[in-house]
Design a protein around this ligand. Structure first.
Ligand SMILES: Cc1ncc(COP(=O)(O)O)c(C=O)c1O
Length: 446
């Protein structure tokens, strides 16, 4: 007898149960954008239609999709050790991966705490910052400072220091004692800049104002994305990060770079900290560490931060924090294989080499009607579109839909901005293809 409720494994016939994150569910379920498989630079729909990945998934598949060495490493690991307790025990690959990450990170950023996402990484870094001051006898340092237009994931810590109104307004009072620096973007002074804009370093000085208001003895940490990705690709003004570092140093405040997007090659270096020559006290990472293949995130802390905790009775944990899946064996295996690929294929260097060509290709859209600004940095571009009257974000939404259904290109959107950030294996021809498709999409939605 027929089983009416049986679902096909390949194509779902009931879309109701799954509450799709950060997605307008009703519109999506009327016209779903389904992806069934992927390889290298392309997705394939269940019908087999190819879609060029202009966004490295969600800024994460930096080595491209379904790369054979990563797939094989995950398969081998699943057969050998599926799980080991993350507390009080450990498996060898977690140490190996931590050492590899520490070797890539600048300066004495040498201690790695693993978690499973960028949001967890951010909350972990904020907690380490608070606890660090506490164990050093400076428990009054509790204030956290983020930035307007910052995105630090969706945990309560992350949305508190984050600066995206929609991510905050429905969720109560958030963490107490948080201040925000002003956003670094100003269209009047920065429009159509390739790389870091000349204008805006002085915006870092607002930190002095905040410190003066509360007194340095109450401030624990400042967290910023070196390049704000999720609010539309906002590279730091020249000199801005150096100023933040200097002010933090002056007042004993920890500086955290949220490198969940900028880590692992996006800006042509292992970390943006290296590109900008500014060493923070902690770096958060996720996404590119496994090229998106297995969830993983983490915090890289300076040695001195770790050392400050190494006191007290030796049978007692020094930091009461961790996740069941911290340093999960599958994630570690994927991470090691991914770092090998980045090294062997010189993908960070590749991103750096392609940056001028990428920037030129993006800026060629300057004359397309309705384009208000284009920003580029590393292998990343943000394109601001003019809004429809009374429907902010609708034009970009339609561009994303049209890109997927009609042009076969994956575009990420935020507000009225199209964000493009392909896997670092993108070819020169594919860069041309991405921007040709995007130009046609923009013309079609104007
Ligand atoms: C800078 C930054 N921090 C944190 C996050 C949150 O990462 P996740 O979605 O893995 O929690 C993101 C995600 O885009 C991000 O861009």
């Amino acid at each position: 007898m027929a089983e009416p409720n049986r679902r096909s494994a390949a194509v779902p016939n009931d879309l109701e149960a799954f509450w799709v994150p950060f997605t307008p569910n009703r519109a999506f379920k009327r016209a779903p954008r389904l992806i069934a498989r992927a390889k290298d630079m392309h997705y394939y729909t269940p019908e087999g239609r190819a879609v060029l990945d202009g966004t490295a998934g969600l800024w994460c598949t930096n080595a491209g999709h379904n790369r054979e060495p990563i797939v094989a490493a995950i398969q081998r690991q699943a057969a050998e050790l599926d799980y080991a307790p993350a507390f009080q025990f450990a498996h060898p690959k977690s140490f190996e991966l931590a050492s590899r990450i520490a070797a890539l990170a600048p300066g004495d950023l040498d201690r790695v705490f693993f978690c499973n996402s960028g949001s967890e990484a951010v909350d972990t870094a904020l907690k380490i910052a608070l606890a660090y001051h506490n164990v050093r006898g400076q428990a009054s340092r509790t204030r956290l400072i983020g930035r307007e237009r910052g995105y630090h994931g969706v945990g309560f810590g992350g949305i508190s220091v984050g600066g995206i109104v929609a991510n905050r307004k429905h969720f109560g009072t958030l963490l107490a004692g948080v201040d925000h620096l002003p956003a670094t973007y100003n269209r009047e002074h920065q429009a159509f800049t390739k790389g870091e804009p000349d204008w805006g370093a002085h915006l870092a000085d607002d930190l002095e104002r905040i410190v003066a208001l509360h007194d340095a003895s109450t401030v624990a940490a400042v967290i910023v994305e070196p390049m704000a990705g999720s609010t539309g690709v906002l590279p730091p003004p020249k000199g801005y990060l150096e100023r933040l570092r200097a002010i933090c140093d002056r007042h004993g405040i920890l500086l955290i770079f949220d490198e969940v997007i900028t880590g692992f090659g996006r800006l042509g270096h292992a970390f943006a900290a290296e590109r900008y020559g500014v060493t923070p006290d902690m770096i958060t990472f996720a996404k590119g560490i496994t090229s998106g293949a297995v969830p993983m995130g983490g915090v890289i802390a300076r040695e001195g931060i770790y050392d400050a905790f190494m006191r007290g009775p030796e049978h007692v944990a020094e930091l009461f924090h961790g996740y069941t899946y911290s340093a999960h064996p599958l994630a570690c295996a994927a991470g090691l294989a991914t770092l090998d690929l980045y090294r062997d294929e010189k993908l960070f260097e590749r991103a750096k080499k392609l940056e001028p060509l990428w920037a030129d290709a993006a800026m060629a859209l300057k004359s397309v009607p309705g384009v208000l600004d284009i920003r580029t940095v590393g292998l990343t571009a943000g394109i601001d579109l003019a809004s429809r009257p009374d429907a902010f974000g609708k034009r970009a939404y339609e561009a994303m839909e049209r890109g997927f259904h009609d042009e076969g290109v994956m575009i990420r959107i935020t507000g009225e901005t199209l964000a493009l950030t392909p896997p670092l294996i993108v070819s020169e021809a594919q860069i041309g293809e991405i921007f040709d498709k995007v130009a046609r999409v923009i013309k079609a939605v104007m």
